[in-house]
Design a protein around this ligand. Sequence first.
Ligand code: NDP
Length: 287
Amino acid sequence: MGSTASILGLGAMGSAIATRLRETGYTTTVWNRTPAKTEPHAEAGSKAAATISEAISAADTVLVVLLDHDSVREQLDPHAAELEGKTVVNLVTTTPNQARETAAWAAEHGIGYVDGAIMAVPSMIGDEHARLLYSGDEHAYNTVLPLLETLGTAEYTGKDPGLASLKDMALLAAMDLMLLGYVQAIAMMRTAGTPAADTAAEVEAWLAAMLPHGRHIAAIADQGTYDTGGQSVDFDRAGIRSLITASREQGVSAQLLEPHQKLLEELAATGHGDSDWIRIIERLTIH
Ligand code: NDP
């Protein structure tokens, strides 16, 4: 059953994955809670499984592309014995601890378990720019690597099953905070009648110029000492105060900026006004 795979879940992502595997020569069996979604796949050459058991028995590799952690456990737990000796690749977005929990469950039942995180949208599946992160059982990962490589660029992050999710969440957090910056700038410039498209182009150019600064932040964070003589907490307090005041003057809420100000004020209040502002990372770490 070397080139067989079963795909559980045919939403936008599961469907793209099933299609890609089928088109690259895998014998695919698909299952979906709402059976109608299996029909186009059956017409295209996949086998439609009426039950999860049927899908599990059809292949040694089972890819799980359901909505969330709860749906994974709800659907897989009753089938632990049938999965013994097989490899489950869980591509569902979960938290690191949820991934570790499912990995522990899999280990308990003799199931090879690879946890995955997809840094791509469905239309990118099969493209080298689709980056898929994996963690967990390295032997299981290596066993299914040829299959994983058909989905995009595969990256093994380590034995801790939570690592792929952790990196996924960290990168998504960075994206989230950065894209909120676009929203803030657009809201501010809209008060002067500037179309959002114009502001977005300005923000894009500005951020592109600033992005290399991230390496500088990383060097200081790794070093862990903040007496760099660089931009200080007190300097940034003045800066963020101006940003907040300017927003409010224009009738734009500053609630996206206020948490940043709060962190800087806490640093100043604990005697770190002269520190590099990057010390903020120490306040984010909950000891
Ligand atoms: P969709 O909402 O399109 O599909 C969800 C799938 O989960 C459907 O097959 C649905 O079945 C199934 N499902 C939901 N709840 C249950 C349940 N309790 N029991 C059984 N099946 C259930 O989501 P996507 O396909 O887009 O996403 C799937 C996973 O991939 C998610 O974890 C998502 O975070 C991740 N992902 C998605 C990306 C994207 O751009 N779409 C990008 C990166 C990761 P039914 O058809 O019956 O409702």
